[in-house]
Design a binder for this molecule. Sequence first.
Ligand code: TEU
Length: 546
Amino acid sequence: MKLVDYVRRNFMEWWKERVLYQIYPRSFNDTTNNGYGDINGITEKLDYLKELGIGIIWLSPVYNSPDFDNGYDISDYYGINPKFGTMEDMDLLLAEARKRDIKIVMDLVINHTSSENEWFKKSVMGIEPYKDFYIWRKGKGKKRPNNWTSFFSGPAWTYAKERDEYYLHLFAPEQPDLNYQNPRVLDEVKKIITFWLDKGVSGFRCDVINILFKNTLENGKAQLALKGLEHYLSTEGNHRILKELRKDVFDNYDCFTVGETVLVTPKTARELTDNELNMVFSFEHMECDQFLLKWFKRKFNKKKFFNTLVKWQYELDWNANYFENHDQLRSVSRFGNDKEYHKESAKALCMLLLSLKGTPFLYQGEEIGMTNFDYKSLADLQDVESHMIDSFLKKLLVPKFIRWNRFLKKSSRDNVRTPMQWSDYDNAGFTDGTPWLKVNGNYKDINVIKQQNEEDSILSFYKKMIYLRNTSDVLKQGDFKEFVIKKDVFGFYRIYKDVNYLVLINLSRHNRLVPVEGKIVISNYETNEYNGILKPYEGIILEDRL
Ligand code: TEU
């Protein structure tokens, strides 16, 4: 057996042991007062993160970008967006993080680039070797090459007069898709990944990584919301690419990859983690408050939420667990109760997240229970997706009032992107300038400094729960077994050697009866005794020796 396989089999990989924290740099901490968070702002907060118990940071894109999609449109993979600082700042961040034993993981966006990337500019002009770096096709008469639609609504093709051709973009027109039928593209991608790994980053969160390889450009089935999907979702060609990246690049480094995998099922997730990625994000549990698409909201179905989590716990050896990220809504507003039970429900979700089997991913602000934003109008929203959906609905003659109240306000990604609430100073202590996106008005009540000074705050509970998770083999490695799922209560075991933890979470505003006994390991009500009744949003872990 090779040494590397022996180590893999007998020791836990570091990326399974550590708690990960996602930073959305533009909203984290601004040290230059240009209204955008920056890399030095992250370095400044490393001690805060260390104290919280974080072992890995994932940075949403900090590369050069015109920012049509907040950095998910990269114009230069080897440069840092000047809004965020310089490469020297990045090197300093890496060095300071290393000193504190915190690993840094970058976002890898390789399905598409920015339309301002040099590759695309040359491709538009037909200049080699970039001519076929993107997916170009002639129109069919006056029509687009096929009927595919974009994730952000509307057609997935845009016409470029320079070539008298259309190019494919599964997201915004400013995000042209790379052409993975051209082997040169993957060669360039390998160089990019190698550059960052050599710099000392410890892995990648891989953006929409299962839609890289388009099999054909035939029309998509008419009935699908996303037309064309069947021609590019988790194709064989995609598997080949990921295997090649793993073998030629990732396996030469001590790093890990987590895939953002569109519409993944347990079966496709297993295929993608078999010699390709280390873990994937599933979205199924994020769909428990919607009909088909996130734009059609419905009441949060807790039972479905719990059952979905159980399903994934059983189906995969290792999950990437999360309740929030920069595309979703705030979990306390969505799955908890951000009004009467703000504190209790945020802590209950914290306990659930950190006691499931898998790597826990927190998103900045989750640790203080930040909530969705009370936007007043479309003018407050910056997100390209929100604006594209609005124009789309407008074309369908949906009235403004409905567009706003039924769709955008409830589902816009900007709900989760508001600046981090550090203190009750102006702009929540995020910036002394004008923030790029409005600060949530509740920052005087919900902020880090306030919660650092309160023993029963959400932040203090996160610290305790992360400490428990960091020091407990049961939570890190224990097997998962379902105990009970009622309408509002989720109970499961984590079992390791002769220790058995029973986790009970009540996600409702009512008392719920779960008559069991055991020694309390931790409780979000800070109780020392459990009498068989879970209070509103109570979460508790009981220990049993087998
Ligand atoms: O998101 C991919 C993705 O599937 C999203 O379009 C998702 O459908 C949407 O955000 C739900 O509202 C990734 C990034 O996380 C996202 O921020 C980018 O906009 C997108 O890729 C394009 O790079």
